[in-house]
Design a protein around this ligand. Structure first.
Ligand code: GDP
Length: 444
């Protein structure tokens, strides 16, 4: 799971407060040490860790007793809020030019995923109804130009190329002219990367930037490089002036340092994140959801949103409503599992479902199998049973009939019923937290 080590590091902090009545200067010493260690191990930059720990400690001792809220829950809430703040608070949207085309310039070192991101971003914007054009400006790697042309075809977006003999700024000029002729809404320019920062690259970028007068200059950084990513954002911002960052490879086993350091170190927000090699794997960066993931609470909102892509709009809203009111029934369960199956990328989605975190490929295959089993049982339920899971909880005869008709065991049916009730409780708790409500009771 993403940032798994950070999550378990933080967990040990809350665990040290079990049995305490109130947060005090004394009893937060150990937990704060755990938090500090967890963040440093996640490769968060040291000044950021210091400020974070200080901010959390100050609030923790000042918070006093809140009826019904345990000290460990209070600390989770404080850490959660501070994490959100650290990552920039609100989602930072892309800016569009008042009169098109909006120009987006992408920069970054070699291998970070810049070319891939160019095409992903075009697809992302296309889905929002914007017409796009790509400009291939990586004149040092003919392969990069070919790659962009291929990806452009894949996402069905035109790519402007001028070979490798033309200077990047000239390519930019020609490309922009072409884009204006074509009346496209957004132009995205991919530029050359280097293994390391060098003056020629910076000078070329400055030339390109001058030519394009871009609305967005986004630095693509690799999440695996941890706090180094934050340092790069700072350097590029000082050298050429950027509007934000795109963090790639968040699906890998990055430890969190980049996501947590970029905004605080550079002052520039992470606008988008890459979470896989597929063209669809680019999303806005939501600080609150990221904090939710880091705290190991799953991510109901992202899940519901993913589900929305495959489910009809009203279905999804209905689902959210039902989750909130704990009316989530077997019909919803079925809709949801089918949506999940359609989403293809099971691993990522499963990671978002509360209580299903920390999955391995073997567990995914297992989960896919168990989804089939669940479906078989739900399919033989009567409409009434699907809507009122209580009927099944109360009647062994009904469970027996379902087992018989679906070819499963009675035990499997009981498990399914129990699982639905568990999901109701979990989802309700989590939705509360995601909407800024109280912190759920922590398990164990
Ligand atoms: P560039 O040199 O910066 O243009 O990098 P590329 O776009 O060629 O990407 C380098 C490699 O990283 C390719 O194999 C991509 O498939 C891979 N990659 C890019 N973004 C992601 C991501 O978000 N997740 C994963 N797992 N791989 C990515």
């Amino acid at each position: 799971e993403m940032f798994g080590q950070l999550t378990s590091g933080l967990e040990s902090a809350w665990n040290k407060l079990k049995g305490e009545e109130v947060l005090t200067k004394e009893n937060i010493v150990e937990p704060m040490r755990d938090i500090r260690r967890a963040l440093l191990e996640a490769d968060v930059s040291l000044p950021v860790v210091r400020r974070f720990v200080q901010a959390v400690s100050e609030q923790a001792v000042g918070v006093g007793v809140i009826r019904g809220v345990k000290p460990d829950q209070q600390l989770v809430k404080i850490v959660s809020d501070e994490l959100v703040k650290l990552m920039g608070g609100e989602v930072s949207e892309l800016t569009f030019a008042k009169s098109p085309p909006t120009v987006i310039l992408l920069a970054g070192l070699q291998g970070v995923g810049k070319t891939t991101v160019s095409a992903k971003l075009a697809l992302y914007l296309k889905k929002q109804g914007k017409s796009c054009m790509l400009i291939a400006g990586d004149v040092y790697r003919p392969a990069a130009i070919d790659q962009l042309v291929i990806l452009g075809k894949q996402v069905d977006v035109p790519v402007y190329t001028a070979g490798t003999d033309v200077k990047p700024a000239e390519i930019a000029r020609q490309g922009l002219q072409e884009a204006k002729k074509k009346n496209v809404d957004v132009v995205i320019m991919d530029t050359a990367g280097r293994l390391q920062i060098d003056k020629t690259m910076m000078d070329e970028l400055k030339d390109v930037k001058r030519t394009l007068n871009p609305t967005e200059v986004l630095l693509v950084v690799d999440a695996m490089t941890g706090q180094e990513a934050a340092a790069l954002v700072t350097t590029f911002n000082l050298e050429i002036g950027i509007t934000g960052a795109i963090l790639t490879k968040l699906d890998g086993d990055s430890r969190g340092g980049a996501a947590l350091s970029v905004k605080e170190v550079s002052g520039k927000p992470i606008k988008l994140v890459g979470r896989g090699e597929r063209m669809e794997d680019l999303e806005p960066f939501y600080p609150d959801r990221m904090a939710g993931r880091i705290l190991g609470m799953g991510d109901v909102l992202s899940f519901v949103e993913k589900a929305q892509e495959v489910m009809k709009q009203e279905d999804a809203e209905d689902l959210q409503q039902k989750i909130m009111s704990a009316k989530f029934d077997f019909n919803d369960f079925l809709k949801q599992t089918r949506a999940v199956a359609q989403m293809g990328s099971m691993s990522r989605v499963l990671g978002m479902i509360p209580g299903m975190g920390k999955v391995t490929p073997a567990q995914i295959r297992e989960a896919e199998k168990s989804l089939q089993i669940m479906e078989a049982m739900i399919e033989v339920m009567t409409p009434e049973e699907r809507e009122k899971p209580e009927l099944l909880a109360e009647s062994p005869a009904r469970r027996k009939r379902i087992a018989k008709e679906s070819g499963k065991t009675e035990q499997q049916v009981s498990q399914l019923v129990a699982q639905l009730f568990q999901m109701r409780v979990r989802m309700k708790n989590l939705m509360g937290v995601m909407q800024g409500g109280s912190v759920p009771a922590l398990s164990n």
